[in-house]
Design a protein around this ligand. Structure first.
Ligand SMILES: Nc1nc2c(ncn2[C@@H]2O[C@H](COP(=O)(O)OP(=O)(O)OP(=O)(O)O)[C@@H](O)[C@H]2O)c(=O)[nH]1
Ligand SMILES: C=C(OP(=O)(O)O)C(=O)O
Length: 226
């Protein structure tokens, strides 16, 4: 997959909204901590990102969403939702993918506020994301939201004049704090914090209420007895 595909999405509409960058591993290797889901694992990983991107595109503060992925089939489905899709290039892991996505956004929208959002937030609600982005805009610097576990990060955002400088992976909350980013503590925004790495996380997301793609994939998981 070369270059960029997809159409302008989001409902920001006035040209001043956030450009989001969502990373996605190829589905065959994504969500390895969901190995207990067996053959349903890739479908779950796809469902999570479709629900994440669908909710992000429905957020009033979001201008557009760029997905960075080396999975052409997932990329086509995400472009169908209205996301821009770019390949991991060069493929060098999560933070390199985010920097690449940021560069493609900056080339298209040099003055845009940019945020990296994990692709595994199947309970994401547009109104909660909007509240978080409004809180971040008030910070006037780099800012991040910790995940539900309190150790990782689900969203990192920046203003037009500062690089995103992502430090995602594992215990990234401490890394982002050490990098000088401000932690967003309000709103509580449980749906923006609830990333899904394990079956326990999936149960927590289902309790919050997941999007339509994850509801179907989770039903398939239940049907197979996991
Ligand atoms: N484009 C891209 N996305 C990545 C890469 N590594 C992780 N991601 C994505 O980054 C987000 C957060 O990553 P994780 O929660 O660790 O997801 P994961 O790597 O699929 O999960 P595990 O295999 O269990 O570690 C998810 O949306 C992943 O799909 C990468 O190398 N390239
Ligand atoms: C990507 C992250 O962690 P995890 O792989 O645990 O989702 C993170 O929180 O930065």
């Amino acid at each position: 997959m070369d270059g960029m595909s997809g159409v302008r999405g989001g409902s920001g509409g006035d040209g001043t909204g956030w450009s989001l960058v969502v990373p996605l591993k190829p589905l065959e290797v994504a969500k390895s901590r969901l190995a207990a889901a067996g053959t349903v694992r890739p479908a779950l990983a796809l469902a999570f990102v479709l629900d994440t991107v669908g909710a992000a595109l429905a957020c009033a503060e979001v201008e557009d969403v760029t997905v960075v992925t080396d999975d052409p089939a997932a990329g086509a489905e995400l472009a169908g939702l209205g996301a821009f899709v770019v390949a991991d290039s060069p493929a060098a892991g999560l933070n390199a993918a985010l920097r690449h996505g940021e560069a493609t956004v900056r080339a298209r929208r040099p003055h845009a506020p940019v945020a990296a959002l994990n692709g595994d937030l199947p309970a994401l609600r547009p109104a909660e994301l909007a509240e978080v982005l409004r809180a971040a805009a008030g910070a006037c610097e780099r800012a991040f939201l910790a995940d539900a576990a309190g150790t990782g990060t689900t969203l990192l955002c920046t203003v037009p004049c500062l690089p995103l400088a992502p430090g995602f992976g594992g215990a990234s909350r401490a890394r982002h704090l050490a990098s000088g980013a401000a932690e967003i503590t309000l709103p509580a925004a449980p749906s923006v914090r609830q990333d899904v790495d394990t079956l326990e996380d999936l149960a927590a997301a289902l309790a919050l209420g997941v999007g339509p793609f994850t509801a179907v994939a989770a039903a398939a998981l239940t049907a197979r007895g996991a």
